[in-house]
Ligand binder design. Structure first.
Ligand code: TMP
Length: 221
């Protein structure tokens, strides 16, 4: 099973992944938790370039291709082998981040972004994508608080430095994607308190796993 989490800065993806992993492992599903960018050694180096605020002048095309390079390595080295090994992969960000950050907010050609995403993934798609949705004002103030209190490194703040209108476009882009693919996306209100967000995620996971088991049973008949 391949699960991804998406959302603007400060949506709380990292904390929610912990609870999700605990729940799945209790159900007897071994998990691999990973992220983009930076899920591999090579990707870690790419992440440093992408998130360093000193690289404010990185061209949009270079940015797109660096995310794709990170993803190509990640899918090949970590994600595909883990899925083939029967593991559940939980990935913090995947193709949808590129579709909205580079495609919508940076206004790069959506057809080009899609083609590059496919080249990087070989067509691999998540089984379910959790979109942790919240207003950018709330997300950004959480993200900056994390940076100010040392929970996140200031050397990774290139996107937090973007304008509020950039983050509004990202949020709208995500909500549009979720509308277009309602069978893959589960939208969760991430402005609620963490316990409720976690409960909402686990409920959706339960429904997803029950439906998947039913489909499996039917195909065995
Ligand atoms: P994060 O891993 O802390 O969420 O930070 C990653 C940043 O990179 C975040 O601001 C979103 C951005 N990003 C893109 O712009 N495109 C992508 O394809 C991915 C994976 C992330």
């Amino acid at each position: 099973m391949f699960i991804t989490l998406e959302g603007i800065e400060g949506a709380g993806k990292t904390s929610r992944i912990k609870g999700m992993r605990e729940y799945l492992e209790e159900k007897g599903r071994p998990c691999i938790v990973t992220r983009e960018p930076g899920g591999t050694k090579i990707g870690h180096k790419i992440r440093e370039i992408l998130l360093d605020p000193a690289n404010a002048h990185l061209s949009f095309a270079a940015e797109l291709l660096l995310y794709a390079a990170d993803r190509a390595q990640h899918v090949n080295e970590i994600i595909r082998p883990a899925i083939e090994d029967g593991k559940t992969v939980i990935c913090d960000r995947f193709i949808d981040s590129t579709l909205v950050y580079q495609g919508v907010a940076r206004k790069l050609d959506p057809g080009l972004v899609d083609t590059i995403n496919k080249a990087a993934t070989g067509g691999l798609l998540p089984d379910i994508t959790f979109l942790l949705d919240l207003p950018p004002e709330t997300g950004l103030s959480r993200a900056w608080r994390e940076i100010d209190t040392g929970g996140r490194d200031a050397s990774e703040s290139r996107f937090e430095e973007e304008t509020l209108s950039f983050h509004r476009k990202v949020r709208e882009g995500y909500l549009d994607l979720a509308k277009k693919e309602p069978e893959r996306f589960a939208v969760v209100d991430a402005s609620d308190n963490p316990e409720n967000v976690e409960i909402a995620i686990i409920k959706r996971l339960e429904i997803f796993m029950r439906d998947a088991a039913l489909v499996e049973m039917r195909t065995e008949d």
